[in-house]
Design a protein around this ligand. Structure first.
Ligand code: ASP
Length: 455
């Protein structure tokens, strides 16, 4: 059995839904299909909640009508039928009552927020299953709120795998006349049956939960990009598509190109070693990228990834020499200021680290300044070569640095996972450095079995 997830852009309007349903129905395998809200709808629902908080009732109602209209247009263009149409109106009327009630108290609790946000997936999954069901009578709707059981941490609910697995499997055996189960991603419910959500971008996670619970043979994540590429095509126009990466490589790359998918979100599938495919619903014939435990091509670099606008913090203190607890004190400052540290290198008397979110930088400088001298460098960039090959193949690091001849490298770090060799350069040198590295590793002498040229 197979689990497929289609993101917001794959269901954003009638032609996208038709394309998606074609993909779904072209397979004869039994499958669970997890869909996101139509592109843009979750953000619209967030803005409805914001408007309620700011007592802008009129704006909230206008946005609600936008939600209603987009779905009614979809139903009409798909000819999805009256049941779907009535459902849209029923859910939107209910949302209107919720908005008005919350406006009276002028407050949106996390629980109410989840109720509002769930509307996107509740609607998309129902409409798509009505439409697909009108083409093929083996399709049915499975309401994720009745099977994905979570705790009550609204907005970031934790799934209870035991109960969820039981619920999914028993629902599917009750519905054993059907082969295609269409479910909304992102949503679930707690033990009191209150609606919960799994965090933004949570549909990938839902799909991985379903995959784990039914012991799926594979998980397909359908999106609007070709898969994982050797670099960002906006900078490297001849970036290549990778046919395969390992879970570890995908995890490293997600930090840079989180748009494709975040490993945290597919963790349940990774845990059970279920192969994950990233595919493009706009080009279903494309090869896509397979993510699995041990990628067959372990001895090479897979990608040159980067991130701009990084702040480097150099911390030095002669009290550090031979002392213990110094690093703990440094990291305490970042904990206190809720700032995530990305790269770290350390010597006996100094530490360099990078942060991306510099919202609390002033507080961080102040707190570190209590016990160390600090230098701050803004507008830097991280460039990483990612690949399991870094661990086992000699000569990669030397090629990496030779290719960068003439580029001023400010910091070097090799992650503990040993699949990531990272450097920091000035933002102004980023493009040149990435181009040089891409050329070195992907524009001469590449293994064609692993890479696909796009266009
Ligand atoms: N619709 C939700 C969001 O935009 C979940 C998802 O699409 O993954 O975050």
């Amino acid at each position: 059995m197979l689990v497929r997830k289609f993101g917001g852009t794959s269901v954003k309007d009638a032609s996208a839904v038709k394309r998606t349903v074609d993909i779904v129905l072209s397979s004869s395998e039994k499958q669970i299909v997890v869909v996101s809200a139509l592109a843009g709808i979750t953000n619209l629902l967030v803005s409805i909640s914001d408007s309620i908080r700011q007592h802008q009732l009129e704006f909230a109602i206008t946005s609600l009508e936008e939600v209603r209209n987009r779905h009614i247009t979809l139903v009409n263009e798909l000819n999805a039928g009256d049941v779907a149409l009535n459902f849209v109106n029923q859910i939107c009327d209910e949302l209107q009552r919720i908005i008005i009630a919350l406006d009276v108290i002028g407050e949106v609790s996390a629980k109410s927020f989840d109720k509002i946000l769930s509307v996107g997936e509740v609607l998309s999954s129902f409409i798509i299953s009505e439409y697909a069901g009108s083409i093929n009578n083996k399709v049915c709707h499975l309401d994720s709120r009745s099977v994905i059981k979570t705790d009550s941490s609204f907005m970031e609910a934790e799934v209870d795998f035991e109960i969820t697995s039981e619920k999914i499997n028993s629902s599917m055996s009750n519905l054993n006349n059907y082969d295609v189960f269409i479910c909304g991603g992102f949503i679930g419910s707690d033990k009191f049956d209150s609606t919960t959500t799994l965090g933004r971008g949570g549909s990938d996670y839902s799909a991985a939960v379903y995959a784990k619970c039914i012991k799926a043979s594979k998980l397909e994540i359908w999106t609007d990009v070709d898969g994982i590429l050797t670099s960002d095509p906006r900078l490297i126009s001849n970036a290549l598509l990778l046919k395969e990466v390992s879970y570890k490589e995908a995890a490293e790359l997600a930090y840079f190109g989180a748009k494709v998918l975040h490993p945290k979100t597919i963790f349940p599938a990774i845990q059970d070693e279920i192969p994950v495919y990233v595919l493009n619903s706009y080009k279903p014939e494309g090869a896509g990228t397979l993510i699995r435990k041990d990628s067959e091509f372990g001895n090479i670099i897979k990608a040159i990834a980067f991130r701009k606008n990084i702040t480097v913090i150099n911390i030095s203190s002669n009290r550090m020499l031979g002392a213990y607890g110094f690093l703990a004190k440094v990291f305490d400052v970042f904990l206190k200021n809720e700032t995530s540290v990305d790269l770290v290198t350390t010597s006996e008397v100094s530490i360099s680290l990078t942060i991306e979110n510099d919202k609390n930088l002033q507080e961080i400088i102040h707190d570190l300044g209590e016990f160390a001298s600090i230098e701050i460098y803004r507008k830097r960039a991280i460039i990483s070569a990612v690949g399991e090959g870094i661990r086992d193949t000699s000569g990669i690091a030397s090629r990496f640095f030779r290719a960068l001849d003439g580029v001023n490298i400010l910091m070097i770090s090799m992650g503990a996972s040993e699949v990531n060799l990272s450097i920091i350069v000035d933002d102004s040198e980023l493009n040149k450095a990435v181009e040089l590295l891409h050329k070195e590793f992907f524009e001469t002498d590449i293994e064609n079995r692993l890479f696909v040229k796009l266009n």
